[in-house]
Design a protein around this ligand. Structure first.
Ligand SMILES: Cc1cc2nc3c(=O)[nH]c(=O)nc-3n(C[C@H](O)[C@H](O)[C@H](O)COP(=O)(O)OP(=O)(O)OC[C@H]3O[C@@H](n4cnc5c(N)ncnc54)[C@H](O)[C@@H]3O)c2cc1C
Length: 821
């Protein structure tokens, strides 16, 4: 009996915390419970310790509910401590933190994501006009690009392709129609870049850059009406080729801090008149499209030493438009990025004068450049590079699956070996997840969100996912992928991988510093409020601090209880938003969201401002947050696609991998928890029965590999949106061979069984003849086998060149020297 009362008390307290009952209500419930139990003692036995315990909890809650009392006793005392522990945030960091909005990341940081809200978000879609553009001009541009010719012969995008791009206003996808652009959604912009990237990275980057962070985007959001009216139509028509020059030779990831480029306010000559303007000096590198640009978007530090604009000397980072033909501008030299031959190079400027009108947004925007860039990146980072990353995943799925089916070793398609099925499953599962995250985030952008944290997650994960997929695809192909030539459809993607990993926030930095560092401050329901209140010197701020602090304490306690109860019940304590095969995954994600929030909070509270320098912990917490988001996207995608049963292996792989990653990341944090011994205690709370999630199982791996090794709807959905070549080129040949091999399988098996010899492209002529003669296969089947074997031969063969072709004139000299020796 006593034990029962003990459980009633514990359960009441736990339920109040689990359900996040507001403090006033919790207090009222406990006061009522105390009175009720006291009265009920006249009817049946109620132990006095139990009534007292209820009373004590009620009194504590009353104490916490009286704001002046708790301020006096607790929060006013902690205010000073908190102020000291606050991380020091520079102006540029603050601007990055302020940029963008919080979306589903806020729900993940709540510890109890509202899945029904996520499921209400519209499914991704393109308008008819956008789809027609993707199926028309974009498809046609893909058809006209020849990767080998572009990379090896021209080493640039040929003029006719530039003309095609301009003719179809591909530089104006983000520019509204009233300015002559295409006015596309983020979804369409991404679809266009993804399709182009699936064919040729040089074309994709060339189209992508003017539609990403640069003059067009900045003018749209911050330009003066005059600037928009003049430049946007010119950019849309391709009369201006823009580039955006931020990266100084002295800078890199610390683009703002390391910037040495200056703009000094002065008077100068512009179009025959003396006007107030800026004298610019810069030295930038890595700038995409710079060698052919006509209009430079330039970031520099503006100074006003002569006080021509006011009292301030250091005006801050500023963005301006500089015509490439202005005196003193130097462009034209090219860098040679790995694997792609898009225009990229340095630019320098010596005493280039521009009037203040050329500052994007005019004089009032001087010094606001960094904020403008961060605001734009908050959305833009989710579009272009994630599109190229997803293209890599989709092409890896398509090509590695097809190749593994047509390439035989030990008399079996290599895809039938379990060793190959593992990388195939990784490619398929990752691609499914990458595409899900890409599409969900684009929907958010088209709804008007600028989810800075989620954009950083996409940039990092989808470029990293691309690397993992292409690496696996390379291994599946073996030598075929290693030998360069027109027949190699993978190596160029492999070579160019590091580009997307490095640009728009290099990945290590994005993972270690930005995703969780920014996410924890922005998406956390209380941290930003506490920080703002603690920084605010006004007396009223202490009231706000008290509210935020107690909100935070409640949130933390609740997450602890939720993590424990969800752990003890293996997630069953929460109700999933749907029934069916994914319902358990929803429950597990809720469980991990609570566990993540609890662990993250404890780390933040323990380390305070020092957290900024613990990048290993931050990186692991970032991994957990990333996979909470990716898992959410996967579950949403399955619903959006109409819950196709055939996709379940892909979903299972992705979810099992994500849950396992979250678990291992949190365990990694706890293993290295800053307070010795505490990690073990927290581990007991969030994983009360030990590890809960295993990586994808063998059966799932087999099933995913099977999707990639056959023609089926799940595979079609997986690779949807890439360019499927029907030409006689390298990717087209694999596609054709794959289809023919699958069609000819029955006939080949019949030949093999009857003639006891496996069919290969070397012996097939004779075997087919004999099989037809002996009635094993029909003439029609014979044709299929011949076509299939011929197609396989074309794919399996690799390119070889004469020595002169490879070594040029040096080959002859070398041969002569060898002979002479
Ligand atoms: C092909 C290409 C195209 C580009 N196009 C443009 C363009 O059009 N316009 C433009 O302005 N710039 C452009 N860039 C510049 C690009 O954005 C920068 O290269 C990028 O920001 C990284 O700078 P970095 O290469 O100097 O690397 P570094 O900053 O030197 O970084 C080196 C390594 O250190 C890591 N690192 C740095 N700081 C930290 C930290 N605090 N914590 C953990 N790790 C850290 C990075 O993640 C990276 O792995 C381009 C670059 C390339 C290569």
């Amino acid at each position: 009996m006593e034990t029962l009362y003990f459980f009633i008390l514990v359960l009441t307290v736990l339920m109040l915390a689990y359900k996040r009952v507001p403090l006033v209500w919790a207090m009222a419930i406990m006061v009522t419970a105390t009175v009720a139990w006291t009265e009920l003692r006249f009817l049946f036995y109620v132990p006095s310790w139990f009534r007292w315990s209820n009373g004590i909890v009620a009194v504590i809650l009353i104490g916490f509910t009286i704001a002046p009392l708790r301020r006096l006793l607790i929060s006013d005392r902690l205010w000073g401590v908190f102020r000291k522990a606050l991380p020091r945030v520079s102006e540029t960091e603050q601007e990055a933190l302020d940029a963008g909005t919080i979306w589903w990341d806020g729900e993940l940081f709540s510890g109890r994501p509202r899945w029904k809200e996520l499921l209400k978000v519209p499914a991704p879609s393109l308008s008819e006009e956008e789809q027609a553009f993707i199926d028309g001009p974009i498809e046609e541009l893909c058809r006209r690009t020849d990767d080998w010719e572009i990379s090896e012969k021209h080493r640039r995008l040929p003029d006719e392709l530039w003309a095609f791009i301009h003719e179809h206003r591909m530089f104006g996808m983000i520019i509204p129609k009233e300015y002559g652009g295409l006015g596309f959604s983020a979804q369409a912009n991404s679809a266009a870049v993804m399709k182009l990237a699936s064919r040729n990275l040089t074309a994709a980057i060339t189209v992508m850059v003017p539609n990403s962070l640069g003059p067009g985007e900045l003018l749209l959001h911050y330009g003066t009406q005059e600037q928009r009216d003049y430049y946007l139509p010119r950019l849309a028509r391709g009369e201006e080729v823009p580039c955006f020059a931020l990266t100084s030779t002295t800078a890199g990831s610390d683009a703002a801090g390391g910037m040495n480029d200056t703009g000094v306010v002065c008077r100068g000559e512009w179009q025959g008149k003396t006007v107030l303007g800026l004298r610019l000096n810069w030295n930038k590198r890595y700038i995409t499209l710079a060698p052919v640009a006509t209009l430079l978007g330039l970031a520099f530090k503006a100074r006003d030493p002569d006080g021509l604009l006011g009292d301030e000397v250091e005006l801050g980072i500023t963005c301006a438009l500089v015509p490439a033909d202005a005196p003193g501008v130097e462009i034209g030299e090219r860098h040679m990025p790995t694997g792609a031959v898009f225009m990229n190079g340095p630019t320098r400027g010596k005493d280039v004068f521009i009037p203040l009108d050329q500052v994007i947004g005019g004089q009032e925007r001087i010094g606001q450049g960094w904020r403008m860039l961060m605001q734009s990146l908050a959305a833009g980072r989710a579009i272009s590079l994630p599109a190229t990353g997803t293209a890599g995943g989709k092409m890896s799925s398509l090509l590695a699956g097809a190749y593994a089916r047509i390439r035989k070793q030990f008399d079996m398609p290599i895809g039938f070996f379990e060793g190959i099925q593992e990388p195939l499953a990784r490619i398929g599962g990752r691609t499914y997840r990458m595409d899900a995250a890409r599409q969900l985030t684009l929907v958010a952008l088209d709804l008007g969100e600028k989810p800075g944290v989620l954009s950083a997650i996409l940039k990092y994960q989808l470029t990293e996912g691309n690397r993992q997929c292409i690496n696996d695809a390379m291994d599946v192909h073996g030598g075929k992928a290693v030998i360069m030539g027109p027949g190699n459809y993978l190596a160029r993607g492999y070579q160019s991988l590091p580009i997307s990993i490095t640009v728009e926030g290099a990945n290590i930095l994005t993972r270690s510093l930005i995703i969780f560092g920014q996410g924890a401050i922005r998406a956390h329901p209380w941290l930003l409020k506490e920080m703002a209140a603690a920084r605010d010197p006004r007396p009223g701020a202490r009231k706000a601090f008290d509210k935020a602090l107690f909100g935070h304490v409640g949130y933390m306690l609740s997450n602890m209880v939720r993590a424990l109860m969800l752990g003890l019940s293996a997630g069953h304590a929460t109700r999933p938003p749907v029934k069916g095969p994914t319902s358990r995954y929803f429950q597990q994600m809720t469980r991990m969201s609570a566990a993540f929030c609890f662990v993250a909070d404890l780390v933040l509270v323990t380390l305070g401002g020092g957290f900024k320098f613990r990048e290993m912990l931050s990186g692991r917490l970032a991994d957990a947050l990333i996979h909470l988001y990716l898992g959410s996207a996967v579950l949403k995608r399955f619903e959006d696609d109409g819950r196709p049963e055939e996709d379940l292996p892909l979903l299972t792989w992705a979810m099992d991998d994500s849950l396992h990653t979250i678990q291992e990341s949190l365990k990694g944090v706890l293993q290295n928890f800053p307070v010795p011994g505490m990690g073990r205690l927290i581990k007991w709370i969030i994983f009360p029965f030990g590890s809960s999630y295993a990586p994808p199982g063998d059966e799932t791996i087999r099933q995913v590999a099977d999707i990639l090794l056959t023609e089926n709807d799940a595979r079609d959905r997986l690779v949807d949106g890439v360019y499927l070549s029907d030409q006689e080129d390298a990717p087209g040949n694999v596609q054709t061979a794959f289809h023919l091999v699958l069609t000819a399988t029955q006939a080949e098996n019949a030949i093999r069984n009857a003639l006891k010899t496996p069919v290969t492209w070397e012996n097939h002529e004779e075997l087919v003849r004999k099989a037809v003669e002996s009635g094993v296969i029909t003439e029609e089947q014979a044709t299929t086998v011949r076509l299939a074997q011929e197609a396989v031969r074309r794919v399996i063969e690799v390119d070889s060149f004469s020595r002169e072709e490879i070594e040029g004139s040096g080959a002859a000299t070398a041969s002569a020297a060898t002979e002479a020796a």
